[in-house]
Design a protein around this ligand. Structure first.
Ligand code: AMP
Length: 130
């Protein structure tokens, strides 16, 4: 079982944003910017482009709802999207609030993000999710 499946099951804590019957969103624990969120399918698949057309379409629709919540909660110009997947073998999309290009630099993560601020950010985004 992947670490993301353990998070979805509730066996490992996370800064939860939202879920529906098929997808789950939570803050990345090592954010490149405040509000950096991951969207994952509950169904475990390693490589995102192995998902069916239907599932990847539904995942994008769910991710879009999360971007609207991020944009409402976090001051930013746009929300950027990235797919890496080199670390955790469970398909996921990174959603990152952007004010400038460097806000999406995966080599420049926030060092030791304050748990209280992470909780506040998660609650702020979660409260805007529709
Ligand atoms: P990648 O697979 O290359 O897209 O990277 C996996 C991402 O998952 C990284 O940005 C990690 O910081 C993040 N990550 C790993 N473990 C956790 C966790 N337990 N909770 C939240 N995010 C995590």
């Amino acid at each position: 079982m992947t670490i993301f499946s353990m998070i979805i099951k509730g066996d490992i804590p996370c800064y939860k944003i939202a879920e529906d019957d098929r997808f789950f969103a939570f803050l990345d624990i090592n954010p490149v910017n405040w509000g950096h969120t991951l969207v994952v399918p509950k169904h475990e698949t390693d490589y995102i482009f192995d998902l069916s057309d239907e599932e990847i379409g539904e995942m994008m629709k769910f991710a879009k709802r999360v971007t609207v919540a991020i944009k409402d909660a976090i001051p930013c110009r746009k929300v950027g999207m990235a797919v890496l997947g080199l670390e955790v073998p469970h398909a996921h999309i990174h959603l990152i609030p952007l004010s400038k290009e460097g806000d999406m630099d995966f080599k420049n993560k926030i060092a030791d993000p304050d748990p209280e601020r992470m909780q506040q950010v998660a609650l702020a985004i979660a409260s805007k999710f529709k």
